[in-house]
Design a protein around this ligand. Sequence first.
Ligand SMILES: [Zn+2]
Ligand SMILES: [Zn+2]
Ligand SMILES: [Zn+2]
Ligand SMILES: [Zn+2]
Ligand SMILES: [Zn+2]
Length: 243
Amino acid sequence: MEKLCLDESAVKAVDEYWEYRSIVGDDDGGRLFTPEQYEEYKRTVLPQRMKNRLFVSFGVPEGIDCNLIGPETQCFCTHRYKQHKTDFEVVPSERPLGLPCQVRGCRCSAYEYVPRNGPNPARCRCKHLSQDHSEATGHLCKKCNSCSGFQSTVTCGCGQPNSAHQTLVETKPEREARGRPVGRDVPYAAMGGLTGFSSLLDGYLNQEACGSDRDTSGAVSRGAQHQRLTTHTHSRRNTSIRK
Ligand SMILES: [Zn+2]
Ligand SMILES: [Zn+2]
Ligand SMILES: [Zn+2]
Ligand SMILES: [Zn+2]
Ligand SMILES: [Zn+2]
């Protein structure tokens, strides 16, 4: 990986931009907010976001969380978690709670994680790839008539077939009731199942500043988190000391 070489003011600017992007996501429509708009955004959106934070994980019901979904984790529809609706003024009461994709023209009505088959897209029992199936509810195959809806043939690292898994969207009280970690409250958008600052850095910095050495699914596997934190802290220290 190439080392970034930045002076202190550049490091500060990167930090500020990173924080801005983590908080605002795509809500500025591609045009940076003015400082006043940014303050207004933080004043109105953050209290609601921190109160209504949704946690997203992938696992077998009653089992462990096999994957925690982060901002960059791809959905069945190929768009990322952060491109789905994740902020609610009032969290809807229906369960399962569907988080629809907000990309124009996409018919995905609920975020759904589909593990890849190593570096390859997952295949359905009908032999066609996940992207050959409709992103709309039911996920019917566009290439054959024998498919009754996408069913992954991949076996998860936990040993259970992926078809036994589900993408679970839950509120903080719901997650706490299951005895799962919720981390501290953070102002960042589309955190999904990530519960630590280090996991968020993993999602953004590796992707945008340091090139990509993460697994292509964009998901954070639990075992890799500690190691990545250590690596990251180390490289960041180097960055700030160097002139
Ligand atoms: Zn989509
Ligand atoms: Zn989607
Ligand atoms: Zn199929
Ligand atoms: Zn098919
Ligand atoms: Zn699993």
